[in-house]
Design a protein. Structure first.
Length: 141
């Protein structure tokens, strides 16, 4: 995957370029269920990274008339937090290799970070009204 150029989604079968605008993202998802949550933020049910099934959030900067800046990966059901965390971690390590940084985190989970030529990937859990998992890919350059 050429993560420095964008992100490949397997289902639906699309490539999302980092320079994409909101209208162009909506056009890519014409035959799929893309939900506009608010200006600059959309979500969709997707499969990517060789079998990772979850929701992906698409964040644009600036929020109005911006370009894609961040992808967030999440689920609606975290009944088994450890299983979810391990599943995300496995798919990301299989796709991007071992993280560049690994440190102790919250709720018994480690913090992981990848830095890949202007792309930062983070995976961690923090306490926000209970444990909340974050799996994020962000364009930082």
């Amino acid at each position: 995957m050429e993560i420095t150029k964008g992100f490949k989604i397997d289902k639906p079968d699309i490539f999302v370029d980092w320079n994409i605008k909101e209208n162009d993202l909506q056009n890519l998802f014409l035959d799929s269920d893309l939900k506009k949550v608010t200006t600059g933020y959309f979500t969709a049910d997707c499969e990517s990274l060789n079998g990772l099934v979850c929701k992906i959030g698409f964040h644009f900067e600036p929020r109005k008339d911006g370009v894609l800046k961040e992808l967030e990966f999440f689920r609606m059901d975290y009944t088994d937090q450890k299983k979810s965390f391990n599943d995300f971690q496995k798919h990301f390590e299989n796709s991007f290799g071992k993280p560049n940084k690994n440190s102790g985190g919250n709720e018994g989970f480690n913090n992981y970070e990848w830095n890949l030529n202007g792309i930062q990937i983070v995976h961690f859990v923090f306490d926000r009204f209970g444990p909340e998992e974050h799996m994020i890919i962000k364009k930082i350059s």
